[in-house]
Design a protein around this ligand. Structure first.
Ligand code: AMP
Length: 281
């Protein structure tokens, strides 16, 4: 596995691969890798000739009071993990290489970026869309892989790719959970044992909603209220939002018909976690 540190080197490497007729898969990450990330790598390895993983804790997607500084980082462990997984290149750029001094250009996906997580994290999706567009330009992948864990993120990136006529296929991979239901996340590393237990309220709430729908409930308001009730029973949990929305527009859904995205963000102690499920009837 090649470890590339600069934009210029990565462009040259990927250009060479394209000249050789190789199809490139890209898996963008912020590192501190877990099996959720690995599922994206595996999906790429099944389809693409070469797989590039980027690790970049992107400063522009963090708010001023968020965890950019303390976001967990362990490059050596991540590199070993990716080497073992058969990744061809790890792109780990420096901050100034991605955002040189005087940087001024950002991508906004209007409307979609302001809903759900965008409401409590203003500017977050502008940072995500910007860095992903830059990665698409640097690597020029045939396919790029994202997890359904970040449902709003992948929706926004799909819209960006469509609106800007980008020649990349966006592949969404299923959400990977721990055996007890907790969605895998690098931020789970922040949780104390008591918080780790409390964090089960997220998936428990979503599972309750799935069961309610299976039992015939169709009213989105009652489903959201039921999930909130599960979360409110957990003293360490503080709800940021629980919403049932149209999975394409993110507009609030009144009832479950076709497909509804039930998404939530919850603080467990100081740690903000997200989770979601698609309800289908
Ligand atoms: P991150 O490093 O958190 O920015 O995540 C990088 C990619 O991995 C994103 O596309 C995430 O949606 C995806 N990802 C993170 N956690 C999971 C998970 N539990 N299951 C599936 N994909 C995930």
């Amino acid at each position: 596995m090649k470890i590339v540190r600069t934009v210029a080197e990565t462009k040259a490497l990927c250009r060479q691969w394209r000249r050789e007729g190789k199809r490139i898969g890209l898996v963008p990450t912020m590192g501190y890798l877990h099996d959720g990330h690995l599922s994206l790598v595996r999906a790429s390895k099944e389809r693409d000739d070469v797989t590039v993983v980027s690790i970049f804790v992107n400063p522009t997607q963090f708010g001023p009071n968020e965890d950019f500084q303390k976001y967990p980082r362990d490059l050596d462990k991540d590199a070993a993990y990716l080497r073992q997984a058969g990744v061809d290149a790890l792109f780990h750029p420096g901050r100034d290489d991605v955002y040189p001094p005087g940087y001024r250009t950002y991508v906004e996906v209007e409307g979609l970026q302001d809903r759900l997580c965008g409401r409590s994290r203003p500017g977050h999706f502008r940072g995500v869309a910007t860095v992903v567009l830059k990665l698409f330009d640097i690597v020029a992948p045939d396919r790029a892989y994202f997890g359904a864990k970040d449902a709003q993120q992948v929706l926004i990136l799909r819209r960006m790719a469509r609106d800007l006529d980008l020649d990349v296929e966006i592949v969404t991979c299923p959400l990977v959970r721990e055996p007890d239901g907790l969605a895998l996340s690098s931020r789970n590393a922040y949780l104390s044992p008591a918080e780790r237990q409390a964090a089960l309220a997220l998936s428990t709430g979503l599972r309750w909603a799935e069961k309610a729908v299976a039992a015939g409930e169709r009213d989105a308001g009652r489903l959201v209220a039921g999930v909130r009730a599960v979360l409110e029973r957990e003293p360490l949990a503080r709800i940021d939002y629980v919403e049932a929305v149209d999975p394409e527009t993110l507009e609030p859904a009144a009832e479950v018909r076709g497909e509804v995205l039930l998404a939530l963000a919850v603080f467990i102690g100081p740690t903000r976690l997200i989770d979601n499920v698609r309800l289908r009837v």
